[in-house]
Ligand binder design. Structure first.
Ligand code: ZN
Length: 150
């Protein structure tokens, strides 16, 4: 288990140092901002939504390694998905990091997002890990106001 944990930490570190899709997306038709005052993380998510599917996605922001890695992996995970599929993924991810995962669910569904399973042991980090996802959701729902995890 400690080997797995080390691997997970390496993946998170890698994504926080070299975030994927870390750019303001030209041609975005949805954007939302999120802020986690507990940690000082902020993120802006840019979406190009077409026919209810996420054609392209980018993000910008600053914050701790967890929030950045989570945003990076979130963008990788939802690119090409429909709104409904992204929502399902959000629910599963949320259950994972809050430790409310339904054990009968196949954790394989989450793919590499499973690296965030350790976050459930650190409640203060849950908001860091879910910030980008809440912001994605706001962008999909076209809420204009800034999302706060508080
Ligand atoms: Zn944070």
């Amino acid at each position: 288990m400690s080997d797995l944990r080390e691997l997970y930490q390496q993946v998170i570190l890698d994504h926080s140092k070299k975030p994927r899709n870390f750019q303001k997306l030209e041609g975005a038709n949805r954007t939302a901002e999120g802020y986690n005052p507990l940690c000082g993380d902020d993120v802006t998510v840019y979406l190009q939504l077409e026919d209810n599917a996420i054609r392209n996605i980018g993000f910008q922001g600053s914050g701790c390694a967890i929030s950045k890695a989570s945003a990076s992996m979130m963008t990788d995970s939802v690119k090409g998905k429909t709104k409904a599929e992204a929502e399902v993924l959000f629910q599963k991810f949320h259950a994972l990091v809050t430790g409310e995962e339904d054990r009968t669910d196949d954790p394989g569904d989450l793919g590499k997002l499973a690296v965030f399973s350790g976050v459930s042991e650190f409640p203060i980090r849950v908001k860091c890990a879910t910030l980008a996802w809440h912001t994605l959701r706001a962008a999909l729902e076209r809420k204009e106001e800034t999302v706060s995890t508080e």
